[in-house]
Design a protein around this ligand. Structure first.
Ligand code: FAD
Ligand code: EPU
Length: 335
């Protein structure tokens, strides 16, 4: 296997940041990874599609680009099907593959960039569905030993944009394969946002999973910048959850506040709204800025450095905290 030195990661992260990997290797199998682990002493960083990263410096040690492929129907039951996908598979292509096989459950997660292996890391979610809703189990190689472990759902501690792999086990495993339970008789989830409206506009009365996927693609394309044209990593911050008491105070001061009550009694406030209220939406600061159609997405106008984006993120955090008393937390992995 080829190990490259001083490799530019500019085309391998959707922010388009020009940072370098000290060493870089591509793996196409578990065996490739185990071979590397047995010979390597350097710190390892696993790279997928690079769509949830902000590189603020060169990456020391060995960057391993997970390109393990393969999609398979593992078990076929009357109502559901267990499928597996290699960590290096493109997420959206996997969604389209499932839809083609008339297997439902992930159509609302259409067009999320990145690879299958990273999907459990932050429990990807969109339009009322999260990865955990269809997750069965995953296989991962322990970077310290090369041993293969199986993680079932209960082992993953999934939460809103969270899992054990972002917390206790951060940087300790390389996910190699993910297993999903998909449905032959899917119950469509049309509750969120403008999905229903988009389908009605198209005069679709009895939508299929393909119709839902197309509607999600249409909505996403209308507000999220295409990383191929404008560097970004999607939502830069998580949507904060605040206490009812805090919310009631804010509601008095800002009667138009957008909010979603949660089952746990807390209130979710969209970070995009908070950032827009602070005047950042569409604002450009040097080579970076907050996107004009979605304030939560920070963008690279071409030559931004990771440090520049991080600095802007810091200014946004400060101003939101000052105005609303809410401290935004990054969703993106800042390296
Ligand atoms: P990377 O960015 O390569 O890696 C992310 C993290 O996971 C890193 O810490 C990395 O070390 C680790 N990692 C990656 N692969 C592995 C592996 N195989 N084993 C162990 N660790 C690994 N996310 C959502 O949840 N919902 C959305 O709607 C959404 N929309 C987006 C829209 C845009 C335009 C963009 C650019 C991003 C969006 N994202 C969204 C964020 C991103 O697409 C997801 O988080 C995605 O799962 C990241 O996958 P990746 O392969 O690019 O991961
Ligand atoms: N809003 C504004 N101004 C903005 C942006 C949003 O006021 O500039 C308000 C609007 O009221 C809007 C609400 O915020 O109705 C919610 O906005 P949107 O539907 O665009 O969703 P979001 O909360 O900003 C979240 C996820 C996205 C996911 C969408 C759809 C997070 C951090 N982000 O965004 O995920 O695609 O919902 O489900 O939870 C990502 O994680 O990278 C990502 C893009």
């Amino acid at each position: 296997m080829q190990i490259e030195e001083n490799k530019s990661l500019k085309t391998l992260n959707t922010f388009g940041i020009d940072a370098k990997a000290e060493y870089f290797a591509t793996i196409r199998s578990v065996q490739d990874l185990q071979n590397i682990i047995s010979q390597n002493q350097k710190p390892i960083f696993i790279l997928g599609g690079g769509s949830n990263l902000l590189l603020t410096q060169n990456v020391k040690g060995l960057v391993i680009h997970n390109s393990i492929l393969g999609k398979k129907i593992e078990r076929d039951f009357q109502h559901c099907v267990y499928v597996s996908a290699g960590a290096g598979e493109n997420w959206h292509e996997f969604v389209l593959w499932s839809i083609k096989k008339k297997l439902g459950g992930i159509e609302n997660l259409s067009l999320i960039p990145g690879r299958v292996g990273a999907s459990p890391i932050q429990n990807i979610g969109a339009y009322g569905v999260e990865l955990k809703d269809v997750f069965h189990q995953l296989e991962a190689v322990e970077l310290a030993t090369g041993k293969v472990h199986v993680f079932r759902k209960k082992d993953c501690d999934f939460g809103y944009r969270e899992s054990v792999f972002k917390q206790k086990l951060k940087g300790k495993f390389c996910i190699t394969k993910v297993y999903f339970k998909l449905s032959k008789r899917p119950r469509l989830n049309l509750k969120y946002g403008t999905i229903q409206q988009t389908l009605e506009d198209q005069k679709i009365k009895k939508p299929t999973i393909k119709d839902v996927s197309n509607a999600v693609i249409k909505i996403r394309s209308s507000k999220l910048p295409d990383p191929a044209k404008l560097g970004n990593s999607g939502s830069f911050f998580k949507n904060p959850e605040i206490s009812k008491t805090h919310f009631n105070k804010l509601k008095k001061a800002f009667p138009n506040i957008v909010f979603y009550p949660l089952e746990n009694g807390k209130i979710k406030v969209p970070a995009g709204w908070l950032i827009e209220q602070c005047g950042w939406k569409g604002k450009r600061v040097g080579n970076t800025g907050s996107h004009a159609k979605q304030a939560l997405v920070l963008v690279n106008y071409g030559n931004a450095t990771g440090k520049e984006v991080k600095k802007l993120a810091g200014k946004i955090i400060k101003s939101v905290e000052k105005k609303f008393g809410i401290k935004l937390k990054a969703e993106v992995n800042v390296i």
